[in-house]
Design a protein around this ligand. Structure first.
Ligand code: HEC
Length: 334
């Protein structure tokens, strides 16, 4: 350090002696540009660069995947039968899933945005959905005397809530609010994969981890301590269709039901996608034919006619969809 100071002082003095101005010593410039290196060196340097970047990436990935202190598990992606681009929901599973919701989850979770009429044509016939609605006593009114009254449920009624208000829900659940399940499959990262893992993933906490009373250890839940007691187990209910109600079957069915609830247009969306891609595919075929120089003009004419037909067909499809929506809106009386 002292030697370095001495050198600087000396060079300053030298600067004063030369013209009275201190000039920074200029280091001799080596020509270090990448292009000036020999081919072999360039190759070696590039290889080292790529290897270093790859190594850093690998270290980062390992660091993220093997954190010994992190107890949270990420839900794997399960092979749902509705996962394909053209796969519809398994409607028998949606039907069983409703039964699980009704007999298990509905004790704590509301589904405010679903009405009994939504089940018609999806999992139940109209008569069945009507009978399901009639099982409930719905508070209605006021009547002509200003009194509230109860009546059997109707198709247009929403699913009844388990608690009259969020405070009552919290009071019965150790202060935690069971979320409304209408859109839960969209509202949670991982959707049905996450819910399935959550429902089936309860286990004992690892050694040294304490879970407060009234909370349960679940490695899939953020924070790992959830206020929902394990809600399902083998044979928790008996399915109407005779399917053995194992824990995983029950979880799968309720997840399929929750996916449908979050996305009732699931099947229509895929059906529409198929129609449009088929039509576009056909169309591209015709356009290719039409554009070929060896083909004479009538082919091009066909293409134009074809486009007209496609256009009309798509318009009629859209019209059909909008009239269905309009009919539904009228039915609800909006
Ligand atoms: C005894 C009451 C009770 C029952 C029955 C119950 N839950 Fe829960 N559930 C809760 C409570 C309370 C929470 C809030 C937990 C928290 O925030 O710690 C919850 C949270 C959830 C969550 C959200 C988890 C998150 O990521 O925030 C899902 C999904 C869920 N329950 C699904 C179900 C399903 C499906 C069923 C039926 C198979 C069911 N629950 C049955 C009380 C219940």
């Amino acid at each position: 350090m002292a030697a370095a100071c001495l050198v600087i002082r000396r060079s300053l003095r030298a600067g004063q002696q030369l013209g009275g101005r201190a000039a920074w010593p200029v280091a001799p410039q080596a020509n270090m540009s990448f292009s000036s290196l020999s081919r072999g060196r360039r190759l070696a340097l590039s290889t080292i660069g790529v290897a270093a970047a790859g190594g850093a990436g690998l270290l980062f990935a390992l660091h993220n995947s093997v954190k010994a202190t992190d107890l949270e598990l990420h839900a794997p992606s399960y092979p749902w039968s509705h996962a394909g681009y053209l796969s519809s929901l398994d409607h028998a599973s949606v039907r069983r899933g409703y039964q699980v919701y009704k007999q298990v989850c509905a004790a704590c979770h509301s589904m405010d945005y679903l009405a009994f009429r939504n089940l018609v044509g999806v999992s139940h016939t109209e008569a069945e959905a009507k009978a399901l609605a009639e099982e409930f006593e719905i508070l209605d009114g006021p009547d002509d005397n200003g009194e509230m009254f109860t009546r059997p449920g109707k198709l247009s009624d929403r699913f009844p809530k388990p608690y009259p208000n969020p405070e009552a829900a919290r009071a019965s659940n150790n202060g935690a609010l069971p979320p409304d399940l209408s859109y839960i499959a969209n509202a949670r990262h991982g959707g049905e994969d996450y819910i399935f893992s959550l429902l089936t993933g309860y286990c004992d906490p690892p050694a040294g981890v304490e879970v407060r009373e009234g909370l349960y250890f679940n490695p899939y839940f953020p924070g790992q301590a959830i206020a929902m007691a394990p809600p399902i187990y083998n044979e928790i209910l008996e399915y109407d269709d005779g399917t053995p109600a194992t824990m995983t079957q029950v979880a799968k069915d309720v997840c399929t039901f929750l996916r449908w609830a979050s996305e009732p247009e699931h099947d229509d969306r895929k059906r529409m996608g198929l129609k449009v891609s088929l039509l576009c595919g056909e169309d591209v075929g015709f356009l290719t034919l039409g554009g070929d120089k060896s083909n004479s003009s009538p082919k091009i004419l066909i293409t134009e006619n074809r486009l007209d037909v496609v256009h009309h067909y798509l318009c009629s499809l859209l019209h059909e969809e909008t009239s269905v929506v309009r009919a539904e809106v009228q039915e609800v009386g909006l």
